[in-house]
Each structure stands twice: as structure tokens, then as C-alpha cells.
Design a binder for this molecule. Structure first.
Ligand SMILES: [Zn+2]
Length: 258
């Protein structure tokens, strides 16, 4: 979007700042800046539930938020993951304000938050903000479409690798605080089923799992096993938000498989 470095990106390590904000030219970011407040994302916090009116837009700088579909039985399955490469609630600036699913913090971190109404007003005044929000909305639809196909057609082991990779992208370092119960909820399978898949990855030396902490040991091997969905989503995300030079973990994204 912008070739210049925004003030936000200057204040923070460009690889560790929210990519939506970092992609905005400085004058457009200045329209949002007075309304942005730093908030902590506490694990388990619900940013909104299904049916809620969305009041705030969140730009995570770190941590990870899951958007999950909630069924009448109470069963949940993740439809999307939002880390620093995404925004929670941004589409509420344009269309319906009612949340379709639940947004819940899975990995703690920090976000910039602003009222939905102020974001909407800024997007009316700024073509760059409007264009980026529309582009992000397309990306969001694409990611959900990919998740539908992934959940229906891809093997659990490949989905687990995809999920670990996208979660790895949201943390600094190689340790991801995750329980297998939670992994099961995200993948829509029983905990015991996840345990079997995780053991396979562990015995192949790709991860180490101990007491709620997954250690990524061999990321290239996870990229090899992951279904194509990780690379597809990453490619589209990087097109919308060009990664900073030397930033995040773009090094080894495999090409989409035929
Ligand atoms: Zn997949």
C-alpha cells in the first residue's frame, strides 16, 4: 500500500506491529491515531459474541484471536485466526454491526483498539483506509472460504500443521502456549484425536509438546506436511499487506500444491 514507513511502524519493530496500521500512509494513519488505545488481549477474553453489536475495532500487535462459529449444541469450530496480520471487527464499519460468530483471545498480547463509529468516519474521509478495509474484507471472505474447504476435505494432520504454522506466526519465539483440548476445539475434533496427531508430529521431531506448551522444532517440516491452505492464505495476506523487509517468518512458504 504505502512505500513510506508509518509513525506506528517507526515506533515499533515493523515486523511486530499490526500490518493493517503499518500499511497505511502516514496522513491516513493520523486520522485513526487519536482514537487508538492500547489494550491488552487477555487469554480467554471474548471481544464479541455471536449476535453482539460490534462496538470496537481491534488491531492486534501481538497475540492471537480466533473467530469461531458457535452451534446450538455449544460446539465450536474456528473459522479464522487473527494475529498482527489482521483486524477484528473492521467489516462492522461498513455493513451490519451484528457479529456472526464469537471472537475470543487464544494467545495473549496487545492490540490497538478504537470505536467502530470512529473507524467508519475515518474510512469515509480516507480513500486509503477505505480501500484497505475493503481489501481486508475480501481477504477475510477468502480465508473463511479456505477454512470451509480445509475443514471438509483436508486430513487432520495437515490441518494441525497449518494451524500450528499460522499460530507460530503470531508469537515471538518458538513456544506456543496451547492445550490439546483447545486445539481440538479449534480443529473441531475430540481432544484424544488431536493427541494422536500431535504425537505423530512429535515422534517425527517436528514439535515438542509439554504441559500446555507446543515447541516448534522443525518449521520447514511442518510446512511440508501442512495442507496448501497455509500458503494460500499467507500469499493473499502478503499481497494486501506487503511484509516488512526481513520481517516475520516468510522465509519458507512452500508453493501451493497442485
Ligand atoms: Zn487445508
Amino acid at each position: 500500500m504505502s512505500s513510506g514507513v508509518s509513525p506506528v511502524a517507526r515506533r515499533f519493530d515493523p515486523a511486530k506491529v499490526n500490518r493493517f496500521l503499518a500499511a497505511l500512509p502516514a496522513p491516513d494513519l493520523a486520522l485513526l491515531a487519536p482514537h487508538l488505545r492500547a489494550v491488552s488481549l487477555d487469554r480467554g477474553a471474548m471481544l464479541h459474541d455471536a449476535g453482539d453489536e460490534i462496538e470496537h475495532v481491534y488491531f492486534p500487535h501481538s497475540g492471537m484471536v480466533s473467530l469461531v462459529a458457535v452451534l446450538q449444541s455449544g460446539a465450536t469450530v474456528e473459522t479464522m485466526t487473527v494475529g498482527r496480520g489482521g483486524v477484528v471487527g473492521v467489516t462492522a464499519g461498513f455493513g451490519s454491526r451484528a457479529a456472526f460468530g464469537r471472537a475470543i483471545v487464544q494467545l495473549p498480547g496487545v492490540a490497538a483498539r478504537m470505536p467502530r463509529a470512529q473507524f467508519h468516519a475515518a474510512a469515509k474521509d480516507s480513500n486509503a483506509i477505505h480501500e484497505l478495509a475493503v481489501g481486508y474484507n475480501d481477504l477475510l471472505i477468502g480465508q473463511i472460504q479456505q477454512s470451509v474447504a480445509c475443514n471438509a476435505l483436508h486430513m487432520l494432520e495437515a490441518r494441525l500443521c497449518r494451524w500450528l504454522l499460522q499460530t507460530h506466526d503470531c508469537v515471538d519465539g518458538d513456544a506456543i502456549p496451547l492445550t490439546q483440548e483447545f486445539l481440538g476445539q479449534m480443529l473441531g475434533v475430540r481432544r484424544t484425536t488431536v493427541t494422536v496427531a500431535a504425537r505423530l508430529l512429535q515422534s517425527a521431531g517436528m514439535i515438542r509438546y509439554r504441559r500446555g506448551l507446543v515447541q516448534v522444532v522443525d518449521r520447514p517440516a511442518l510446512e511440508e506436511i501442512a495442507c496448501e491452505c497455509y500458503a494460500v492464505v499467507k500469499r493473499h495476506t502478503d499481497r494486501l499487506f506487503p511484509p516488512p523487509p526481513g520481517g516475520d517468518r516468510d522465509r519458507l512458504v512452500p508453493p501451493a500444491r497442485a
